[in-house]
Ligand binder design. Structure first.
Ligand SMILES: NC(=O)c1ccc[n+]([C@@H]2O[C@H](COP(=O)([O-])OP(=O)(O)OC[C@H]3O[C@@H](n4cnc5c(N)ncnc54)[C@H](OP(=O)(O)O)[C@@H]3O)[C@@H](O)[C@H]2O)c1
Length: 299
């Protein structure tokens, strides 16, 4: 039987509607409207699209948002001045500097300049450390979105073997922390694979949950998977459109070969419409939490 699709778009909408309700409550009881800020440097089209999408998502849940656009030749000093202004601005409860930054701007210097209380991306070293200690203020957006997808699809990771393909600091590593820690959404036995892992197959064959975050188009095929497993495809790869798709130059695919994997797995996320929408939903939820914290609302 083909796998059931995990509809990330629908689950993200559900979370956004919870956020809208909590936002209306916060406005009514404390006269506080959550605010999310964006600083974007240069004119990379993908970065601009992401920021525009996040701004629209803010408006849809009742947040206000501010975007500061800076030119590609902005100096690090000027960028840090804007980071500091956003740190000081009481109407902004969370903000992010859209990555990647143009050369030669030093990303880690910028990330470390963001106040940890407003670091809704959970990139600041203090928040990364807190995450590993289990005392975090914010959940890292994509990994926390994946845990929500699992739980809201009825998949409890406890006791399962979760194989994560990829060890990046924004997806693989924080996800391994969330899946392996004690508590709801955790308690899995985690294997983290990377480009130097020999024989991926031996891990995949015993994986109850597979999370692919490599950036390798359609690399994981059905025959590599354990029948009945759950597949979360984080990969977002643009490839040339097949010739049958007249009029399209390129298409978006994941790291998983959907057609074959969906014949073997029990549940699977599509690309697009799986993990992507969840990342923005968790960003909004983190901003709401920052605003609630500021208002002294117990969480
Ligand atoms: N949907 C979303 O919201 C969202 C969010 C973030 C990322 N993404 C997508 O997720 C993918 C990964 O993103 P990222 O930022 O984590 O990428 P990244 O920083 O490039 O990391 C890729 C990871 O995959 C590993 N890898 C590469 N080839 C492999 C192979 N053949 N076998 C096993 N592991 C392999 C790499 O190993 P090494 O460490 O050894 O190099 C690395 O750890 C990309 O397609 C990205 O666009 C989507």
């Amino acid at each position: 039987m083909p796998a059931k699709i995990i509809d990330g778009k629908a689950i993200a909408e559900q979370i956004k509607s919870e956020i809208s309700e909590a936002t209306a409550r916060l406005l009514k009881t404390h006269n506080i409207r959550p605010g999310l800020g964006f600083i974007i440097v240069g004119d990379d089209p993908a970065s601009r699209t992401y920021v525009r999408m996040k701004g629209k998502a803010c408006a849809a849940v009742g947040f206000h948002s501010i975007t500061k656009e800076l030119s590609a030749n902005t100096s690090i000093e000027e960028l840090l001045t804007w980071v500091d202004r956003f740190n000081q601005d009481d109407s902004i409860h969370g903000f992010l500097v859209q990555l990647p930054l143009p050369q030669p701007l030093d990303e880690s210097r910028v990330i470390e300049a963001v106040s940890p209380e407003k670091d809704v991306d959970c990139f600041h070293p203090m928040n990364v450390g807190r995450l590993h200690l289990g005392t975090e203020a914010f959940a890292p957006c994509t990994p926390a979105g994946i845990i929500e997808l699992l739980l809201r699809s009825g998949v409890e990771p406890a006791g399962k073997h979760a194989v994560i393909l990829g060890r990046s600091s924004i997806v693989g590593r924080p996800l391994a922390t969330l899946l392996s820690r004690k508590g709801r959404g955790g308690n899995a036995t985690v294997t983290m694979c990377h480009s130097k892992t020999t024989d991926l197959q031996q891990y995949l064959k015993t994986a109850d949950i597979v999370i692919a975050a490599m950036g390798k188009p359609e690399m994981i095929t059905g025959e590599m998977l354990k029948p009945g497993c759950v597949v979360i495809d984080v990969g977002t790869n643009r490839i040339p459109a097949p010739s049958v798709m007249a009029g399209k130059e390129s298409i978006l695919v994941g790291d998983v070969h959907f057609a074959s994997a969906s014949q073997v797995a029990r549940l699977i996320t599509p690309v697009p419409g799986g993990v992507g929408p969840m990342t923005i939903a968790i960003l909004l939820r983190n901003t709401l939490r920052a605003a609630e914290r500021k208002a002294g609302v117990s969480l």
